[in-house]
Design a binder for this molecule. Structure first.
Ligand SMILES: [Zn+2]
Length: 307
């Protein structure tokens, strides 16, 4: 796409009007030309001065932004696009307060849009599955455990922490794709649908490495192989190197960006982290990819992401 790796001034010049943004949404949504969502006919025309396409066959009117994350928003597309650019280009993750000040937008409005962008990221990741050699473990996010500072032994959750299932592909010394899921507990019923959905099912299965966490039962149910055994804390980096790297980076990302982040929304912060991680080898394409993700993401209600 022509706007890959544009500087902020270049990006602002390119998307300086609602019309230029609308055309970009159109391109992302229908890269091969308009297709009627009702009858599937490929062909139609723009109703002049409106955001609407009319089908050349059934005559149905379709708004260019309907069915996308931009649907029904009172915020200009120009502002949306700027937020997409700033979020995509801030490697460490962008804080809502800073974004709202940069754009002169109300904090609450910015907060809802940024969370909707995170939903678009998560929606884009829905079909991602892991394969090959996979490191699996649990992690605890959000606050310091009372036990962790004073006692040795296995990790224990405190009331302030949230438990997270972490799975990351290991390609030798290189980490591959990453999945992080906030879980209420580590029971069979909780873990089974996540592992079923996020791990490639093939004859022979995938190869897992874990430190003996209860998830191994679930993993074996799906025919995967597993190498497990207790790993002392000082051996974690050597035995689960990609896992250690992912958790360290995720914690740093949360601390740097969100400071006192709300644990209610932890999953969406992790969604943003995983989205960036899984695209970190092509950072110059993040703006374009996030814009496409937004154009293909169904509308998100405020109530679905409210505090
Ligand atoms: Zn039609």
């Amino acid at each position: 796409m022509p706007y890959i790796e544009l500087s902020l001034p270049e990006f602002q010049r390119r998307f300086d009007s609602e019309e230029s943004c609308l055309q970009a949404v159109f391109q992302a949504r229908w890269p091969r030309g308009f297709v009627c969502p009702r009858c599937g006919h490929s062909g139609g025309y723009r109703l002049s001065q409106r955001r609407t396409m009319q089908c050349g066959s059934c005559r149905r009117h379709t708004s260019i932004t309907s069915g996308t994350i931009f649907h029904g928003s009172h915020v200009q597309l120009k502002q949306w696009f700027l937020l997409i650019y700033l979020l995509a280009n801030d490697k460490g993750g962008a804080s809502t307060l800073r974004l709202s000040r940069q754009l002169g937008m109300h904090y609450a409005t910015t907060w809802f849009i940024v969370h909707k962008l995170r939903v678009a990221m998560a929606t884009r990741e829905e079909n991602l599955t892991l394969a090959g050699y996979i490191e699996l473990d649990e992690a605890f996010f959000g606050g310091r455990s009372r036990n962790s500072r004073t006692r040795k032994g296995p990790k224990r959750p405190s009331e302030k922490k949230r438990q997270v299932l972490v799975m990351v592909e290991s390609e030798g010394s290189q980490a591959g794709h990453l999945v992080m899921r906030v879980i209420d507990n580590a029971t069979w019923d909780t873990l089974k649908p996540i592992i079923e959905a996020k791990v490639e099912s093939e004859p022979g299965g995938q190869m897992f490495r874990t430190d003996g966490w209860q998830a191994h039962d679930v993993v074996m149910t799906f025919g995967h192989s597993i190498k497990m055994g207790h790993i002392p804390n000082h051996m974690q980096d050597a035995e689960l190197p990609c896992m250690s790297l992912a958790i360290t980076h995720a914690k740093r990302f949360l601390l740097r960006t969100f400071h006192q982040f709300c644990k209610t929304h932890l999953q969406r912060y992790l969604d943003e982290f995983c989205y960036r991680w899984n695209r970190r080898r092509s950072p110059g394409q993040l703006t374009h990819r996030l814009l496409t993700a937004c154009a293909l993401c169904p509308p998100v209600r405020h109530s679905a992401i409210a505090r």
